[in-house]
Design a protein. Structure first.
Length: 406
């Protein structure tokens, strides 16, 4: 009996055929395995059938093919599309900011619209991602939708590029929201919290149209008289100014209340210089109006004679006037537009005839003749056909002015 026959299990035919794996007839000697291929009959009894225990072992992973692409070439297409959308939204926001730099109202509306669209887009994408996450993992719940956004978006990110549309919506929506706030700007966040009533500015639409027509006509004809022609077309649409009286004190009454101030201080250790100075009053006329971008009057320019000649002395914002006074002044000035300012000034505005006089109170005169701490008191109606020049000192104002209030 050969060595192969000795090492072979009973009933096998390896003694005559040699090694059942490599069919080698080389003697095995004292070994229990084939010296050529290492066949061991006790371990691999199925070799006679052409199979081996090693056949059931997992295959070794194949060597990875080296990727010779550059970093830019390795970026997927969906990422480039997302980046292009971010750049596009940013450029649009910059263009809106530059184009509407002077029109803050319109710019704020565009910014608010973009903010709302971006927010809705981002929330919609997040909702779709949350629904997909809850369908993929039952551990995701509504709390994760609000608090754990990574758990919500992890299934979407793992399925890229099939789920790239959700990523686009989230990124583009957040970009639109942020650029609307930081780049476009102009959103009036305090508007919902305002409680005061804005003045009725319906007549202002007429003034804006008239001012534009007057300027266009004046530029075309080169004749100041054409301003009156432009205003005449809408003269019938203005309400007639009705007479009335406004609350207020005359200058004499205000001075009479202060004439006994020395008596009130008798017996007190008070320095009169430390007491607040009494306010003075002066009748001034409106010579110009400063409008906003919509041609709505916002500031009224007042002139008076405080240094020997007529000059600009004060300006009062329309919001600081009572609403009824504001409407009366605007209605009265509507047909009184002129081409040049009545007094020399470097200010810009719409110039009007000095047909509206107002009594203003102020704390003191400035070195240049202007009034300090000016406040409106009343509208003064002069005698017909008479225009009084204001004086520097209140006590020097002629007593025959016979002003009445309305």
């Amino acid at each position: 009996m050969s060595a192969a026959g000795t090492a072979s299990p009973p009933g096998s035919r390896t003694s005559t055929n040699g090694c059942p794996r490599c069919h080698s007839t080389k003697p095995w000697g004292q070994n229990s395995w084939c010296p050529d291929c290492g066949y061991y009959p006790v371990v691999d009894r199925s070799a006679a059938n052409g199979s081996s225990w090693a056949d059931n072992l997992p295959e070794l992973p194949q060597e990875e093919v080296e990727d010779d692409r550059s970093a830019l070439q390795a970026i997927p297409v969906w990422f480039w599309i997302m980046l292009g959308g971010v750049v596009g939204v940013t450029i649009f926001s910059v263009v809106v900011r530059v184009a509407l730099a002077d029109d803050e109202t319109l710019r704020g509306r565009v910014a608010l619209t973009q903010l709302v669209i971006g927010l809705l887009t981002a929330l919609t994408a997040h909702g779709v991602a949350a629904k997909f996450a809850m369908a993929s993992d039952r551990r995701v719940n509504l709390n994760d939708v609000l608090l754990s956004w990574f758990n919500v978006w992890q299934p979407t990110i793992s399925r890229l590029p099939d789920t790239c549309r959700r990523i686009w919506g989230m990124v583009w929506g957040c970009t639109a929201f942020l650029t609307a706030v930081t780049i476009i700007g102009g959103i009036d966040y305090s508007a919902p919290f305002r409680v005061h009533k804005a003045p009725d500015i319906k007549p202002m639409k007429l003034i804006g149209a008239v001012a534009g027509a007057a300027k266009a006509q004046a530029a075309k004809d080169g004749d100041p008289a054409s301003l009156s022609e432009a205003l005449g077309d809408l003269a019938g649409e203005v309400e007639e100014l009705q007479n009335g009286e406004l609350n207020g004190k005359s200058m004499e009454e205000a001075l009479n209340e202060l004439k006994d101030i020395d008596k009130d201080l008798n017996g007190l250790n008070v320095n009169p210089d430390d007491l607040p100075k009494p306010r003075m009053t002066l009748t001034c006329y409106i010579y110009g109006v400063v409008t906003d971008r919509k041609n709505v009057p916002r500031i009224f320019l007042f002139g008076a004679n405080t240094t020997g000649q007529d000059q600009h002395v004060a300006e009062i914002a329309g919001e600081n006037l009572p609403p009824d006074v504001y409407r009366k002044i605007v209605t009265r000035l509507y047909p009184a537009v002129r081409s040049e300012s009545l007094i020399p000034t470097n200010r810009k505005g719409i110039w009007v005839e000095p047909i509206v006089n107002c009594r203003l109170s102020f704390a003191d005169y400035g070195e240049d003749g202007t009034l300090k701490d000016v406040k409106y008191e009343a509208i003064v109606v002069e005698q017909p056909g008479r225009f009084q020049q204001s004086q520097r000192e209140p006590q020097n104002v002629p007593t025959d002015r016979q002003a009445s209030q309305y």
